[in-house]
Design a binder for this molecule. Structure first.
Ligand code: NAP
Length: 280
């Protein structure tokens, strides 16, 4: 039987609708500031999508587009100003930053309580200690989607491919916290096929089209395809979807899987930051 679709688009619409309702009852709107440095076309698309999503559900947003030549001090001074504002509850720096900018320094200068991408050292540390914090949107969205479809994680074997700070490492940690036994793979992993064939849950965050093939998997596996690449004019994931769906039990489509969940979680994190800051 072909795999059931883990419909991130559907769930994200439900989440967005609920957020919109909650926000409509607030006296002050939550505020989110986006910062993009340079003109990377993919970054522009992602920032515009998130900014539009904010407006649709009643989050006040500001978008700062800085020139590629921007230096650290100018970026840090903007972040300082946004940190100090009462009407801005979240700050999101669209990555990657140009190579001359110190990315960690920029991320760490965001107030941890406004760090809606969950990428500064405080939030990363808290996440890995299993403490409450702002969790990066993509891994948070993956867990939410798995939970929505009642997919058992406890005691399962999970394989994550990709070890970025944005996706691979945090999702490996979150799956571990859900009592899955996790193997984290990367480009230097030997005999990847042998590892993936043991997976009950496979998360692929590589960014390479048709990277995950049916032969690498066992019957009934749950597939989370995080990858995004462009193939001619189409957006595609890492997984050879047509063949893999014949043996998987559940699978996320691309588009319509983890992408919309990521956006929904950025919005949710903004409301979470707002709620915390308004208690102070
Ligand atoms: P990244 O930083 O480029 O990481 C890619 C990872 O893939 C690295 O850890 C790399 O290993 C690993 N890798 C590359 N070739 C491999 C191979 N042959 N075998 C095993 N592992 C291999 O990317 P990222 O930021 O995590 O993003 C990954 C993908 O997810 C991209 O396509 C990105 O566009 C997409 N993405 C989607 C969303 C969404 O909302 N759907 C959000 C974020 C990212 P090394 O560490 O050894 O180099």
């Amino acid at each position: 039987m072909p795999a059931k679709i883990l419909d991130g688009k559907l769930l994200s619409q439900e989440i967005r609708h609920n957020l919109e309702e909650t926000i409509s009852r607030l006296n002050q709107k939550p505020g989110l500031a986006f910062i993009q440095v340079g003109e990377d076309p993919a970054s522009t698309i992602y920032v515009n999508l998130k900014n539009k999503a904010c407006k649709e559900i009643g989050i006040y947003s500001e978008l700062y587009r800085l020139q590629t030549s921007t230096q650290d001090e100018e970026l840090l001074s903007l972040i300082d100003k946004l940190n100090a504002r009462n009407d801005i509850h979240g700050i999101l720096i669209q990555l990657p930053l140009p190579s001359h900018i110190d990315t960690y320094r920029a991320l760490d200068s965001i107030s941890p309580s406004k760090d809606v991408d969950g990428l500064n050292s405080i939030n990363v540390g808290y996440l890995h200690q299993g403490r409450k914090c702002l969790v990066p949107a993509t891994p948070k969205g993956i867990i939410r989607l798995l939970e929505y479809y009642n997919i058992e994680l406890d005691g399962k074997t999970a394989v994550v491919i990709g070890r970025s700070n944005l996706v691979g490492r945090p999702i490996a940690e979150l799956l571990t916290q859900k009592n899955a036994t996790v193997t984290l793979c990367h480009s230097r992993t030997s005999l990847l096929h042998d590892i993936t064939r043991n997976a009950d849950i496979l998360v692929s965050a590589v960014g390479s089209h048709n990277f995950i093939k049916k032969e690498m998997l066992r019957e009934g596996v749950v597939i989370i395809d995080v990858g995004i690449s462009k193939l001619e004019d189409k957006i595609v994931g890492d997984v050879d979807f047509e063949n893999v769906k014949e043996i998987a039990s559940y699978i996320t489509p691309v588009p319509g899987g983890i992408g919309p969940m990521t956006i929904a979680m950025v919005l949710e994190n903004t409301l979470e930051a707002y709620n915390k800051l308004s208690l102070l």
